[in-house]
Design a protein around this ligand. Sequence first.
Ligand SMILES: [Cu+2]
Length: 191
Amino acid sequence: MKKFELALALTMALAASGVALAHGGATGIVKERMDGMSAMGKAVKTLSMMMRGEVEYDPEQVKREAAVIETHAGETLTSLFPTGSGGAPSEAKPTVWSDWAEFEEISNQLQLYAKALEQAAPNGLMMQQPSTVDMMGTTSSGMMGNNSAMMMGSAPNMDLDALADMPADGVFNMLAQTCASCHAKFRIEKK
Ligand SMILES: [Cu+2]
């Protein structure tokens, strides 16, 4: 191999490994679930900017982003965690498999909230003015009070119809909290 060709081959090998290393070198089903999580991460980011009033509220886009989350949650999510698929480069904790029933339950809960958010999208935000959102966030009464109780897991389970009647940001907060609570128990914390 000529010097130039060797250099080229090396460069290409490096580029290829750079792509694979985007998920710590994950391949197969581990990469697949990371890609699904990343898609949900993108959707949550877009939604959260809208819920905070940083970009204009668009019910159609809220529906679309919620649908992305819905398709990646529930059984679709759990089916990407077969027994024995833990360990580096995966960031899944062994608790995924030791506490499988809870893992499944949270995944189904996420799907329910995503479905509810699709339906609640036309309800709009609880508070249209960004300045009053902050005030609501700190109050302990009313709708937000109920929501934070739900986030602690102490509120009775709401069904789809009840959730679909809520303001979109209320449902979104519960949805985002579901991501966080699953990660707290089932995902290795990033160093
Ligand atoms: Cu990854």
